[in-house]
Design a protein around this ligand. Structure first.
Ligand code: GLY
Ligand code: MN
Ligand code: MN
Length: 465
């Protein structure tokens, strides 16, 4: 039996009591902000308040931006902000720091409960890299009580008090640029040299608080997730309509990523997995260089990232448009397991309930097909978990306790029978994963990626066109 999956059209209704009031979105060409659907300053301010509420007395949370990562010589990887930093501030630039104080403090003559430190604007650097935000605009853009330039911050006395507890979030060692005395390494040194107890070396509390906040998506976030997911479903459908034998895996990657970029997605949330034939059995295959044969299955596991939020949707497609009988047997089994998993995505259920339900279906099905002898061997062919939280990270922050209204999790069972597996060779090189993004509500689960066909009939019909 299939559960009822709601279409996307119902999702514009407010779903949660914690919905924010209507917010003003920023769209300001003069300041280099071109999107009018970014998270609002009110969103970030309210999220900082929610974190502040969790801090103990005299708690100070300090967040550092992601480092710039070098690709080779003078070429860096495209910058990606640390998700916690982005969630709390909206800033997408490197070399910045955010303080959230439990109690207001006097900083440079003003009483504030938060402080964002950003790099000062530098006309010479802007010739190469374009406009940066700078402290004056950061205050308005991100709704922080105080924003300060890095040069000033270095000479500002920090408002520590005896008994302060520092919780730091350090994504990675900050880059220390020998040509700058105000880069993140210098700013961080200024903080922890002056902190009364030194940096906190057990940041687990902060990690947990951020997971508690991030795992429950708010309306503004769900709007962006729906956009990322709908772009991704469109990409899967475009692939279904274009896929044919003799295409290379990288050409199928080009098809989906063209749809991402054409629809305004800034990135892929993770490298696109386009695994054909034997590569359908490699869980996180990203080489994507092989030429596809007519009888191959293609596992297409992709996610557009839109304003920071990523989708994660997998479809498994027969390259010539028609599943063979054996491919179909495995596919139908994974689909039944996914349906069983999705049915368990309900507020109050244990996070692992979907995995247990999906595993039971696959275990029994593999025995029935004679691929394993007893259900205890199921892990040989279904060797990964069924679900993870989804959001700013593809494997998003979350507590993995009971499911809560507002969680978005994947349900993605799979069966992977690599060559030389101990079963009839007719099953070899069949890898199938089906993955959808499911919203936990107060009632039935909502499949946010349900617009991409996932039954054998619907896929074959679209591919026949
Ligand atoms: N795309 C990686 C995953 O499904 O978890
Ligand atoms: Mn996933
Ligand atoms: Mn995936």
């Amino acid at each position: 039996m299939r559960i009822l999956l709601f279409g996307l059209s119902v999702l514009t209704l407010p779903l949660f009591a914690q919905d924010l009031p209507a917010t003003v979105r920023i769209h300001d060409d003069a300041h280099g902000v071109f999107d009018n659907d970014l998270l609002s300053p009110e969103f970030h301010r309210e999220r900082r308040e929610a974190l502040r509420a969790r801090l103990p007395a005299q708690g100070v949370a300090v967040f550092l931006t992601n480092p710039v990562r070098n690709r080779s010589n003078d070429v860096d990887y495209e910058y990606h902000q640390d998700p916690n930093f982005y969630y709390l501030s909206g800033l997408r630039e490197p070399r910045a720091m955010l303080f959230v104080f439990k109690e207001p403090r006097m900083v440079a003559g003003s009483r504030v409960s938060e402080l964002l430190v950003v790099q000062d604007r530098d006309p010479k650097r802007e010739v190469w890299n374009g406009r940066s935000t700078g402290p004056t605009e950061a205050q308005a853009l991100f709704g922080v009580e105080m924003a300060m330039g890095a040069d000033r911050f270095k000479h500002t006395e920090l408002p520590w008090a005896k008994g302060d507890v520092l919780f730091d979030h350090l994504p990675d060692e900050p880059n220390d640029d020998p040509h700058s005395s105000s880069d993140l390494a210098d700013l961080w040194k200024h903080v922890h040299e002056s902190a009364p107890n030194g940096p906190n070396d057990a940041p687990a509390d902060l990690r947990r608080w951020m997971a508690e906040l991030r795992e429950v998506k708010r309306t503004e976030e769900l709007d962006l997730m729906r956009k990322a997911i709908s772009i991704t479903c469109e990409a899967q459908m475009e692939l279904m309509s274009k896929l044919e034998p003799e295409m290379t895996e990288y050409q199928t990657e080009a098809i989906v990523e063209y749809v991402f970029k054409t629809n305004g997605a800034e990135y892929e949330g993770f490298p696109s997995i386009q695994g054909g034939g034997p590569h359908s059995c490699v869980l996180h295959y990203v080489t994507n260089r092989r030429t596809l044969g007519a009888n191959d299955l293609l596992v297409s596991d992709i996610g557009a990232e839109y304003h920071g939020y990523t989708a994660d949707v997998t479809r498994t497609l027969p390259v010539d448009g028609k599943f063979s009988a054996d491919q179909r047997s495995i596919y139908e089994l994974v689909l039944a397991a996914q349906d069983a998993g999705i049915r368990e995505v309900r507020a109050g259920n244990a996070f692992r309930a979907a995995h247990e339900a999906a595993t039971a279906v696959i275990a029994k099905g593999l025995v029935d097909l004679g691929i394993i002898e007893n259900e205890g061997e199921v892990k040989r062919y279904f060797m990964h978990g069924t679900s993870h939280y989804l959001g700013l990270d593809v494997h998003d922050a979350g507590t993995y306790g009971k499911l809560k209204e507002g969680n978005v999790i994947t349900v993605e069972p799979g069966i992977y029978i690599a060559k030389d597996s101990p079963c009839d060779p007719r099953w070899w090189d069949i890898g199938v994963r089906i993955e959808d993004d499911i919203l936990v509500t107060g009632g039935d689960p909502i499949n946010l990626s349900g617009s991409a066909p996932r039954t054998v009939a619907a896929i074959e019909q679209l591919m026949a066109r």
